[in-house]
Design a protein around this ligand. Structure first.
Ligand SMILES: *Cc1c(COP(=O)(O)O)cnc(C)c1O
Length: 243
């Protein structure tokens, strides 16, 4: 068994245990394997082990992998999720190569993605990134501005609003992790009660997926626990400028 295959097995077991503890059906939680900084061969290895959904942070790198994998695995449909910070000049690449975007936090970006989405690809699946703990330099819409953005995004023809994504500050305390994830879920529930039909809560990573599942996550984004430590240094996931 390859390392990636056994890592994937380990993560699936963690998800099963977390779902059992939360009395949830494990089929209600999608595992997104975050392949940023890893090569196409690593992704192909994960595909061979049954993984189908992959997350990328850096648009250019992601697009290269999307194209490379087309030539490496044939007859297997992969799903590509853009989970990193989005700049206006990269929206076209995202709209034409990805299936999902988790990191929309501004209407202007959403409008560009909607306009640039090729009609024959169907709508781009979108989550709004929420800045749940108020980190000043963090990406994400504030909870106060979320409702207005969500309603505007839901109305864009090239997009389908699927849910919310959040990256709380890391904490070693599971109670703190859960409290922050719970806040995201409460925002999600409130917006749905107001008429938005969202079905995706993208929260939980290698170190806190159990807490996220306990609070209702439907999609965990897992990098290191699947692929191992990243071979080169990646910018922080929060897109905060270097100090
Ligand atoms: C890198 C990254 C992940 C995965 O993080 P790990 O701690 O390696 O599991 C998840 N979400 C986002 C947005 C990321 O940038």
């Amino acid at each position: 068994m390859t390392t990636i295959e056994s890592n994937l097995q380990g993560v699936r077991q963690r998800l099963e245990r977390a779902c059992a503890a939360a009395q949830r059906d494990v089929r209600g939680v999608t595992l997104l394997a975050v392949s940023k900084t890893f090569g196409p061969e690593d992704v192909a290895e994960a595909v061979a082990a049954g993984q189908r959904a992959f997350g990328e942070n850096y648009v250019q790198e992601g697009v290269e992998k999307v194209l490379a994998l087309r030539g490496m695995v044939s007859g297997v449909a992969l799903e590509w999720h853009c989970i990193g910070p989005l700049q206006s000049n990269k929206t076209r690449l995202v709209a034409t190569h990805f299936d999902w975007v988790h990191s929309v936090d501004r209407l202007k970006i959403a409008q560009r993605l909607s306009e640039q989405r090729p009609a024959d690809m169907g709508p781009l699946q979108v989550c709004l990134q929420v800045n749940i703990d108020g980190g000043a330099n963090k990406a994400g819409v504030t909870p106060d501005a979320l409702g207005e953005l969500a309603r505007a995004v839901a109305a864009l023809p090239g997009l389908r609003l699927r849910g919310l994504m959040s990256i709380p500050e890391p904490s070693d305390d599971p109670a703190v992790q859960r409290m922050l994830f719970r806040r995201v879920r409460e925002l999600f529930d409130r917006l749905n009660a107001e008429g938005l039909a969202m079905d995706t809560l993208s929260m939980g990573m290698s170190d806190d997926l159990e807490a996220a599942v306990a609070e209702g996550s439907t999609l965990v984004r897992v990098g290191r626990a699947v692929f191992g430590y990243r071979p080169r240094k990646a910018p922080p996931v929060t897109s905060s400028p270097a100090p």
